[in-house]
Design a protein around this ligand. Sequence first.
Ligand code: NAP
Length: 481
Amino acid sequence: MKLSNTALLQSGYFINNEWHTTGKKFPVYNPANGETLIQVSDAGVQEAEAAVAAAEKAFVTWSVLPAKERAAILKKWFSLIVQHTDDLALLLTSEQGKPLEEAKGEVQYGASFIEWFAEEARRVYGDVIPSPMTDRRFVTIKQPVGVVSAITPWNFPIAMITRKIAPALAVGCTVVLKPAEDTPLCALALAVLAKEAGIPAGVFNVLPTMQAVEVGKVLTTHPVVQKVSFTGSTEVGRILMQQAASTVKKMSLELGGNAPAIVFEDADIEKAVKGTLASKYRNAGQTCVCANRVLVQRSIYPAFMEAYTKAVAALMVGNGVDKDVKIGPLINQDAIDKVERLMQDALNKGAEVLLGGKKAAAGELFYEPTIITKCTAEMDLSHEEIFGPVSAVYIFDTVEDAIQLANATEYGLAAYFFATDIAKIWRIAEQLQYGIIGINEGIISFAEVPFGGIKQSGFGKEGSMYGVDDYLIVKYMCIGI
Ligand code: NAP
């Protein structure tokens, strides 16, 4: 890995705008070839407590800085990230595996939240509420909630961080971040640029760690932490919610998904193929909004499947730094094991392989772009996130069947459907129990729009004009006159 700016590659933990090291280290691997990229400091409970203390101290001054000044610093951070796109993308591909072009896209997408929330920072308005009393006047103001802890996953090592940190910092909160163990390098590079942009000491602290449980306990139970923002699995989200209950913290949970992509008989096949492909195979199928189930109406099934299989077969597998590669490695051995377990279960229960269906020749952690058909609700992959490049295809007959099948999950993050009848589009969009609906489109997330799930996919919104709300308290003042 050859970075133009080698200062972006850090191996310490970051508190108070200073780099520290621990005696204990852990390796960060390149999933494409198993190489150790670097050994990183393993921050523990003591470091987590120090980070919270630094964030508490910094909150005193950062929270009262005029929003315009905070915005100016965030805009500088945004510019520096964009300026270093190539290096950050290379770092991202090296530790996470996604193709370089996708990584560049994530850098831009991740940076866009910083730009957006720098702009939103100046529009955090309160209200003047008409009073029913002659002798009282009512006003609300919005204030930063306080010290925020953020815990993030490995599948978007930049964007899942900026989606939280940007609104938090914009409104005056300070943050302690625990990135995923598999991908701490992008988080540390973001810290380098945050400091360069002028974010003051203690405002943004980063703790790479192998001790997720212990550090997570501090971040979810420490009395100084007022808010926990978590992106990750529903399973871990449940644990963190329980832990945070002990001190009644404000929370945002961006959890797992089980997205259906529904192809109705009136769909434009080209759009349905393009949208399903983009949703399913981006990041080798490792996104929370990946189409986990492809539901196809019987009458359009032959035509859709012919075009879809052709498109999937054309996806090139390999190391993400190589030209034209569209499918990189999965993140680690556990991920490969999970895909193989889900595949075996589906095949045991009657599914058939149409394409792929096994590990790819490119290396230990690569899996072939795969399509399996004859899937049913009894199969484990109908209920669990596949998180790999496998399309599980189901056939349905009526609109009612499709909606029933689509909603038969504890998750409620994203759903996609492809149709052209406008009345039907409205009805179906209203009936799908999901927080995000892609209609004739597979790529749906932008800084301007609200991202977040319902049901056991969590609560809270990231991005959009709503994204600041999770980091604010509303204070009501009653003024006697
Ligand atoms: P994960 O296992 O839940 O881990 C997420 C983060 O939580 C990591 O930093 C992990 O640390 C940490 N963690 C794990 N156990 C913990 C504990 N007991 N206490 C405190 N922290 C703990 O999820 P993942 O495998 O990284 O990411 C994939 C999951 O994230 C999928 O379910 C996906 O759908 C979801 N996701 C959701 C969204 C969304 O916006 N809704 C976006 C992206 C991903 P370690 O890395 O050290 O284990």
